[in-house]
Design a protein around this ligand. Sequence first.
Ligand code: PLP
Length: 404
Amino acid sequence: MLCEILQHSGQVLGVFSCANSIYHVEAYLDHAATTPMNPVALQAQIQASSLIGNPSGSHRAARVAKDLLERSREEVGALLGVAASEVVFTSGGTESDNLAIFGSIGDGKIAVCSTIEHHAVLDSVNAYGGKLIGVTRSGVIDLEGLESLLKEGGERVGVVSVMAANNETGVVQPLAEVCALVRRYAPRALCHTDAVQVPSYLDVGKITAGFDLVSISGHKFGGPKGIGALIVRRPVSIKALFHGGGQERELRSGTQNLAGAAAMAAALRDAAENRDKNVRRISMLTEKLRGGLSAKLAAIKPNGVDEMQMCNITNYCFDGLNSEEILFLLDSAGVYASAGSSCASGALNPSHVLLEMGRSKSEASGSLRLSLGVTTTEEEVEYAIEVVASVVRELAIKKGALWI
Ligand code: PLP
């Protein structure tokens, strides 16, 4: 089996293994989808993978595994500003979100969330006929709408879930205000936030202070895929979705992904230690990207609102164009990006986030998300500016889009 480690401007962009092909990555601008693995995390994963013990066992090999698992839990807890015992390891963001929502409701309780949540939250809330709160044109939750809903729902509200930052637009939500409203009008409800997109850019512990439940996912900040955590603050009690061996405070039965937990802890430490430096650099690169694109395509303007956006995500709507066509041409030129929501089959639907932000179907069907990350280089950004501008111009002329 061929295993290629691709180098770009001196940096490893990806590890690709396949029988006959070598993939050539020119500009990976899809860090909101997943990030390249941090070498420190990779090292931790490899080392932990050599341990044979099951953390639930009682012999020495098991105790060694258990010790590493608990050290990883302590590390994750300390970095998120919670006690180790409040960290429940899961398989990732989707599971954490499902556990938070399904674990909190029942007994006629209502779940509430914003209309722009990731489907892991949105579909869970909808499964129980929950209530949705809209957003402004800038993609920020309508706090007045939330207030009236909480006043009306009162004791019947079981959980309120509002994401820390949106995965398509990068818009950061006013979590402190959300939590204050919940405590005031629905004091028995649990507050959950999906903080999956933020650990590399914002201090999760700080922005989620007061929240009962917080979801994170390793592969969004340089950790491996298939590991995440749900913070369950004590003395909060939620119901388990998986039953069996009673691992993870009986909230998530199943033998833990030890190597994943160790690697996620290492990635989280690196993300926290280098956050300020990374944010400065990525902000500069995003500014360059946006400036470069608006110099070439005067009419375009990113969705969202600058003051409330994370530094790494830029989202455009190209009215009249088709995201699938844009992404296909970018892909052929080695620029990897994504659009709005995609379903498991890979087919693109107009983004529910952009539709909720008041964009028309035609605008939302021509969306493009460019997301930078800690490994993004200036060369990648420069290359992406050239390619994106020429692809969009070519398609816009072909389709007779008036804004070009
Ligand atoms: N929540 C948000 C905001 C996300 O962006 C994602 C992934 O794209 C998820 C949840 C799901 O996380 P995972 O891929 O770890 O299941």
